[in-house]
Design a protein. Structure first.
Length: 452
């Protein structure tokens, strides 16, 4: 048994362990119980221990010493005596991630706010490649584009291949026809789902010009954000009269009237436009035709009268200028130097200014070959000048924005009469034995220019 090296006492209280071959005395047993009594704590012992523990002073933890640590979910405190919980750490991380995303978006806006390019289009679907190139559509992204072609309806735009997005008015509605115009520059801001057209509805800066110089009827659709139009309107010039075979020239045609008006309008409104036709020069001894009436809505500029045809015994008279109320009379002016245009006073508050054009000159009265010149059309600072024998009237050299046109020259027997410029009268034919030289010159087409 001794060779087994068995333990002879307990580990903690060191109580003797019987080996089975010894006698146990009373003294030995008492010794064991004494050790048990000493080693086992009573309730009083535990209470005393608890009291002692509670009286131990453990300091709060800090950056320089160990101690008690208070936990906290606060993510905004700068307290260095508390420790963050996992919840607080996650909240701080999430807020940091949001900040990074916001910073990236802001940087994207900064990087692309000056992007500029000219569009191309297929119908109302526009594309543009900007420099610098945006990397994503982000709220607040601002781009500047030059439009290559006016729209006819609702618009989308695809920027640098990032995908097509709608282009809306500031009130969130789709653009209507001519909401964006060719060769005009626009600023667009992305709102998270679509681009919003900037600058509409406030004031009326001059942002567009539309010219109609071919005779016929048209419709102008008022662009978005426009509340008024300025219309410059010229009636057509009258045609020159035909010359006789011997001795007498035809009269020159009168110029059409010119008026300028400011018209109140609203976006999407359809404005009827008419450009007056030219008066045609006529054959021998026949009067040229009147120029056509040009109009914008109800505002009209009437055409000039035709020059009179010469007879075998008298020259043709010149045509009168048109006014805002009536076309010029044909074969009516018996002046070697025809009258110059005068100011027109319209009975409407929309009028800005207006002038009659120059009158056509009488064919030469001395029995020679000269036809009368055509009257000049007016500019925006004065009426067109009247014509003389053979010489067409000259348009005023002083003007603000728009100058008129010279009248046609009269024929001289060996040379043909010439046509007038836009709104101006054609020259009267001179006397000639050649039929082609006895035809008066055509008047000029009317013209309409809209500004908004």
């Amino acid at each position: 048994m001794e060779g087994l090296n068995m333990p002879i006492e307990t580990k903690r209280l060191k109580l003797p362990l019987p080996l089975g071959n010894e006698s146990v005395s009373r003294v030995g047993i008492n010794s064991i119980f004494e050790k048990i009594d000493e080693g086992v704590a009573t309730l009083e012992d535990l209470e005393e221990l608890r009291q002692l523990v509670s009286e131990i002073d453990v300091p709060d933890a800090s950056l320089t010493q160990k101690g008690i640590v208070q936990l906290s979910n606060d993510t905004e405190s700068d307290n260095e005596q508390e420790a963050a919980t996992l919840k607080a750490v996650k909240a701080a991380y999430d807020r940091g991630s949001e900040g990074v995303t916001a910073a990236q978006s802001a940087q994207a806006i900064i990087n692309n706010r000056d992007g500029y390019g000219t569009t191309t289009n297929s119908g109302n679907a526009y594309t543009v490649t900007l420099t610098p190139a945006p990397t994503a559509y982000v709220d607040g992204l601002r781009i500047t584009i030059k439009i290559n072609s006016a729209n006819t309806g609702a618009v989308t735009i695809n920027v640098n291949g990032l995908g097509a997005k709608g282009v809306l008015k500031s009130n969130g509605s789709d653009l209507t026809a001519n909401g964006i115009r060719a060769n005009s520059v626009y600023s667009l801001v992305y709102n998270g789902t679509a681009f919003i057209l900037q600058g509409e509805g406030g004031g009326n800066p001059i942002t567009g010009v539309q010219t109609y110089n071919v005779p016929g009827s048209f419709t102008f659709v008022v662009p978005d954000g426009i509340s008024r139009l300025i219309a410059h309107i010229w009636g057509g010039g009258g045609g020159g009269g035909g010359g006789s075979a011997v001795g007498w020239g035809g009269g020159g045609g009168g110029a059409g009237a010119y008026i300028a008006v400011m018209i109140p309008v609203f976006p999407g409104q359809e404005i009827p436009i008419v450009v007056g036709s030219r008066g045609l020069g006529n054959n021998a001894s026949l009067t040229g035709s009147q120029g056509g009436t040009s109009s914008v809505g109800n505002f009209k500029a009437y055409g000039g009268g035709g020059g009179g045809g010469a007879t075998s015994s008298a020259s043709g008279r010149g045509g009168e200028s048109g006014t805002h109320l009536i076309a010029g009379s044909s074969n009516s002016l018996g002046f070697q130097t025809a009258p110059t245009g005068v100011s027109i006073k319209m009975s409407t508050s929309e009028q800005i200014l207006g002038y009659t054009g120059g009158g056509g000159a009488l064919g030469n009265t001395t029995g020679n070959t000269l036809g009368g010149g055509g009257g000049a059309s007016s500019g925006d600072m004065g009426g067109g000048n009247g014509a003389q024998y053979e010489l067409g009237g000259l348009t005023p050299t002083s003007f603000f924005n728009f100058q008129g046109a010279d009248g046609g020259k009269g024929g001289n027997g060996s040379g043909a009469a010439t046509a007038g410029g836009f709104g101006a009268g054609g020259g009267g034919a001179g006397a000639s034995g050649t039929p082609e030289l006895r035809i008066g010159g055509n008047g000029g087409y009317g013209r309409v220019i809209l500004i908004w």
